[in-house]
Design a protein around this ligand. Structure first.
Ligand code: ATP
Ligand code: MG
Length: 418
């Protein structure tokens, strides 16, 4: 079990002159460095508390003994037999982390630290190196420069490698903290961004396509908790798009730990639109109904915006005027994180995220039902309102909401490969 993150700073340096030395037994710890959060002033405690919770959830089920924080760092102490690779993989999916290192923690003692760095260097082969000492607790008696020179000379003599301060093959790092001397050779990049949960909730329109999962992920990276809504045309089409939406939601749950997916049966609404409205406006009308239903879900879930994967000019329905007529059906903002992205860049991002393979599986998406030969690339609000005169908008939205099936997912997902 992962204990709660202690919400008080570690002992801070004081002007006290009596020598201080932490009571440390050698052990292993993961030092996590925070990203943009450190720039926040007033909200910082709230951000760090949320990040602590997220780290705790991300590492659920792994052996963790302790966690503590300083204003710039969180220190996690893995338990016995902990699986470092699994911890690393999971931390790489925690938004708000700048980078992290697996460290050997030693007492504040010159000889022990030098010996520790020499052992770290001996495990490795390199032609050039540098020593970096960061003294975040000034009560440590030597300066960073003195330590760098002393340890550097010892490593040089033992390894035969040369010192290179600008472009070293290996950087051997020592961080002096109030809780010990932390030694490591590697800073592993985290995803950056803000901890999921600090920016409130949004509802993402998740198709089975490439774009919308990437768009949802981008809002998560800015601290949003995402609820998903998928529209399917079952029983007019098969349920393959629903299966993809479920698979994508599971993949994205790795980044936000708890997800809800609402699956709405949209086929009857499409039939009514097709029977009563001009064919070129169909796609924009579909989108306006999706937005209305998503917005009703947003109200229930206290979400403050919708998210789509639209990108300007990518397809006929994604022009400025169509976006404007779609927006007119909403009273909360519609976020379009991909609006200025090329398809190729979005594809690359989806590949990195791991959603691409799922997205390209063939499916029967509801938007392929009754696609007009010439969809309008330009539409006006007046045209749309006139077309909707032929429909009972409120009743259709209510029917759509009644059809919703809600699925919940939480991390860690139940079965391997889920
Ligand atoms: P995607 O790859 O995300 O499907 P796309 O390029 O295929 O996007 P469209 O089909 O025009 O674009 O859809 C635009 C946006 O509308 C999608 O990114 C998504 O947010 C939303 N959307 C489209 N179809 C659905 C659906 N069946 N369920 C939920 N949202 C949808
Ligand atoms: Mg699509």
């Amino acid at each position: 079990m992962f204990p709660s993150v202690t919400l008080h700073p570690m002992t801070q340096a004081t002007s006290d002159t009596k020598p201080y030395a932490p009571d440390v037994k050698e052990h292993t710890a993961v030092v996590v460095r925070l990203g943009e959060i450190t720039l926040k002033k007033k909200n910082r405690p709230m951000f760090i508390r949320q990040l602590g919770r997220n780290i705790r959830t991300a590492l659920k089920g792994l052996s963790i003994r302790d966690a503590d924080w300083t204003p710039q760092r969180i220190v996690i102490t893995p338990g016995p037999n902990s699986d470092w690779e699994e911890i690393r993989d999971r931390l790489q999916r925690v938004f708000g982390l700048r980078n992290f290192s697996l460290c050997r923690v030693l007492p504040w003692d010159e000889d022990t630290i030098r010996e520790g760095v020499l052992e770290m260097a001996a495990k490795d082969r390199f032609e050039s190196f540098r020593i970096t000492v960061q003294r975040s607790d000034k009560r440590y008696p030597s300066t960073s420069q003195e330590m760098e020179r002393d340890i550097g000379a010892a490593v040089k003599a033992a390894s035969g490698a040369r010192v290179d301060l600008t472009n070293p093959e290996r950087t051997l790092q020592v961080e002096i903290m109030p809780s010990g001397a932390y030694l490591h050779t590697e800073r592993i990049d985290g995803p950056g961004g803000l901890p999921v949960g600090v920016s409130g909730r949004v509802v993402a329109l998740l198709s089975g396509g490439i774009d919308s999962p990437v768009a949802a992920w981008r809002t998560m990276s800015r601290g949003c908790q995402v609820t998903f809504v998928h529209f399917q045309s079952f029983p007019y089409l098969d349920a393959s798009s629903r299966d993809k939406a479920i698979a994508l939601t599971k993949q994205l749950t790795q980044w936000q730990y708890k997800s809800r997916l609402h699956v709405c049966s949209f086929g009857d609404i499409q039939h009514k639109i097709v029977a009563a409205c001009p064919p070129p406006l169909r796609v924009v009308l579909y989108r306006r109904f999706m937005v209305r239903i998503a917005q009703a879900i947003a109200e229930r879930e206290h979400a403050e915006a919708l998210v789509t994967g639209e990108s300007l000019g990518q397809v006929a329905s994604q022009t400025l005027s169509n976006m404007a007529t779609i927006d007119q059906s909403a009273t909360i903002p519609i976020l379009r994180p991909l609006v200025g992205r090329d398809k190729e860049a979005i594809i690359n991002e989806a590949k990195e995220l791991g959603t691409y393979e799922t997205s390209i599986e063939p499916d029967q998406d509801c938007c392929t039902l009754f696609v007009p030969r010439n969809p309008a690339t330009h539409s006006t609000v007046d045209q749309l309102l006139a077309a909707e005169e032929a429909l009972d908008v409120d009743a259709l939205v209510a029917d759509g909401l009644d059809s919703i099936e809600t699925l919940n997912f939480s991390w860690p997902l139940e079965r391997a490969g889920d």
